[in-house]
Design a protein around this ligand. Structure first.
Ligand SMILES: [Zn+2]
Length: 117
């Protein structure tokens, strides 16, 4: 099941700046309309699908989910980072970005799979 994720306020997926303007819409083969954006800071283009938190993180959703679960179980940030082979700053970034969005995730991802939002 694919859950469409709506982003209220877009930040650039590359430099995370908020100076982002709408840059036309594109219709996909599926009939779905995708809003395109242009970043005034770095000049790169992206669309609302590439702007989902999971895409921005460029990490399989299952790994992020594992990290957040480990944190939920009381494991420290450094320990969690070691277990997953990531840097502690990645873990804190995931927490900050996703802690308030967990409820919107699609149902549990298949083992080893990626979460599609
Ligand atoms: Zn940018």
């Amino acid at each position: 099941m694919v859950t469409q994720y709506k982003v209220e306020k877009m930040n650039c997926v590359y430099c995370e700046n908020e100076r982002v303007v709408k840059n036309g819409r594109k219709k996909l083969k599926t009939g779905q309309i995708v809003q395109n954006y242009l970043c005034n800071e770095c000049g790169r283009r992206f669309n609302e699908r590439s702007g989902t938190p999971m895409t921005r993180l460029r990490t399989p959703g299952s790994k992020v989910e594992m990290a957040l679960k480990a944190r939920g179980e009381g494991l420290g940030i450094r320990a969690t980072a070691r277990v997953l082979g990531k840097s502690p700053s990645s873990i804190t970034t995931w927490e900050k970005r996703l802690s308030n969005q967990l409820g919107k995730w699609s149902p549990k991802a298949p083992e080893g799979g990626e979460i599609t939002i």
